[in-house]
Write a protein that binds this ligand. Structure first.
Ligand code: NAD
Ligand code: UDX
Length: 478
């Protein structure tokens, strides 16, 4: 069997970019990405705006779409003709029932498996690309076997995805590694070889790592847990820095110069967000609890708890710095995405900070270069559970200058490059005085801003500036 046709179920942040890059690098393979959402598929087929923002993605989609890359809602025929099927559907945290708030909700994976079982004929390789709990492949196999047609057979592989949003195209083109887990039977190993062959169109074979299915599934959760743990570790030290006068950037640099530790993922921040870290660690915690490993569960839970602490510490610092009240104060929130170069807001720290300030009676003026206004409103409606507050006290702006005008404070929640080069002299002139900046991403030039007259607060660094000096500066400016 040589893979000629691939179907990917789920046209989201993973399915879309992964299959686009695969189509670019495998012109001999026809790839169809399918989704239940007609709107999403229509956007993937549009030349104006893809359903997700990823630098470099539109160019690749335009190059391959209609050639060997197709986006469709016809799930049945895509499944029927495919030799290999990726399951790339969402696996959010359960919001109800057993494991609520921790376990992964596998209903979409099960839905995809049932669609395959009902429609597939012949030999199919089914690949779990979604992030799933350990041994999820077993459940998929049970569904497929229970509905087995006489002329069909399956191999299940685990092939977790490691791309990060905002850098997805580069991550896919130059993956650190591609992980493939499969059964140790001859048929299982043959399926592993087939999928390896697809990746080896552009990934060196030394980076295609094969292992048993359960190790592959667990490795994905482990990688995200390790990455998030580094952020929580540096964020925990940022609190120590603020209390002592040490500077967390200097500490991170010193620690990261140890080649055993390395410099990446040591950027202290308002807290990590995104659709993966929290969900996958909660999933790991739940698995540990189910396996009666409470010490291991508590260990990883602390990574989440520290992240919650960091977000609340930052939001409380905004309130306490603004004379302990933000009621009826106008506050600009710059950045709503969970990181730069994406329009994704899932678990964005900006949601937490905004919700906290709205509860304190603040009026928010929000600007993000890529997040759709309706998304900001939806996120705040679901987190405040009070559409009236959002209607009354939130204004969405289309640029940073109008968002900051006449505000008492400005908060940087996302590290967009354009926030670094804004004209802060103009912003200062247009803000209420004393004017405050809270840099939750440590991207701004704090000395420069202080010299302009701003009161600056950031993460992991005690800012030395008293009110008298602030007023002095401001008067000097005027
Ligand atoms: P997403 O929500 O962006 O996309 C999932 C898509 O699957 C949706 O468009 C949904 O409509 C579709 N879908 C659900 N059930 C379906 C079905 N039965 N048939 C057809 N379509 C169906 O999710 P995502 O961010 O792409 O994540 C997908 C998986 O990849 C998750 O398990 C996630 O943990 C994992 N992952 C995500 C990232 C990331 O950066 N977002 C990175 C690595 C791994
Ligand atoms: C993550 C993993 O990096 C990726 O491998 C996996 O496939 C999906 O989950 P993603 O969530 O898209 O990717 O972005 P990532 O770059 O990991 O950032 C996650 C969050 O951590 C963001 O809110 C980011 O701002 C924050 N972060 C990251 C920090 O606060 N400090 C850092 O040093 C790095």
């Amino acid at each position: 069997m040589v893979i000629q046709k691939i179907c990917c179920i789920g046209a989201g942040y993973v399915g879309g970019p992964t299959c686009s890059v695969m189509a670019l690098k495998c012109p001999d393979i026809e790839i169809t990405v399918v989704d239940l959402s007609k709107d999403r598929i229509a956007q993937w087929n549009s030349n104006e705006k893809l359903p997700i923002f990823e630098p470099g993605l539109m160019e690749i989609v335009q190059q391959c779409r209609g050639r060997n890359l197709f986006f469709s809602t016809d799930i049945v025929s895509a499944i029927r003709k495919a030799d290999l099927i990726f399951i790339s559907v969402n696996t959010p945290t359960k919001t109800f029932g057993m494991g609520k708030g921790r376990a992964a909700d596998l209903k979409y994976v099960e839905g995809a498996a049932r669609m395959i079982a009902e429609n597939a004929e012949g030999n199919k390789i089914v690949v779990e690309k979604s992030t799933v709990p350990v041994r999820a492949a077993e459940s998929i196999m049970n569904i497929l076997k229970a509905n087995n047609k006489p002329n069909s057979s399956y191999q299940i592989l685990s092939n977790p995805e490691f791309l990060a949003e905002g850098t997805a195209v580069q991550d896919l083109l130059h993956a650190d590694r591609v992980l493939i887990g499969g059964e140790e039977t001859a048929e299982g190993q043959e399926a592993v070889r087939q999928l390896s062959w697809v990746y080896e169109h552009w990934i060196p074979s030394s980076k295609v790592v094969t292992m048993n299915t359960w190790s592959s599934e667990l490795s994905k959760l482990a990688a995200n847990a390790f990455l998030a743990q580094r952020i929580s570790s540096i964020n925990s030290l940022s609190a120590v820095c603020e209390a002592t006068g040490a500077d967390v950037s200097e500490v991170a640099r010193a620690v990261g110069l140890d080649t055993r530790i390395g410099p990446k993922f040591l950027q202290a921040s308002v807290g990590f967000g995104g659709s993966c870290f929290q969900k996958d660690i909660l999933n790991l915690v739940y698995i540990c609890e189910c396996l009666n490993l409470p010490h291991v569960a508590a260990y990883w839970q602390q990574v989440i708890d520290m992240n919650e602490y960091q977000k609340s510490r930052f939001a409380e610092k905004v309130v306490s710095s603004l004379f302990n009240t933000v009621t009826d104060k106008r506050i600009a929130v710059l950045g709503f995405a969970f990181k730069k170069n994406t329009g994704d807001t899932r678990e964005s720290p900006a949601i937490y900070v905004s919700t906290h300030l709205l509860a304190e009676g603040a009026h928010l003026h929000i600007y993000d270069p890529k997040v759709e206004p309706h998304q900001i409103v939806d996120d705040l409606n679901s987190s405040t559970m009070d559409p009236d507050i959002v209607n009354r006290n939130v204004v969405i702006h289309s640029d940073a200058y109008s968002a900051t005008k006449n505000t008492h404070a400005l908060i940087v929640c996302t590290e967009w490059d354009e926030f670094v080069t804004l004209d802060y002299e103009k912003i200062y002139a247009d803000m209420m005085k004393p004017a405050y900046i809270f840099d939750g991403r440590k991207i701004l030039d704090h000395d420069f801003l202080q010299n302009l007259g701003f009161h600056v607060q950031t993460i992991g660094k005690k800012m030395h500036r008293d009110v008298a000096r602030a007023w002095g500066c401001q008067n000097h400016q005027m």
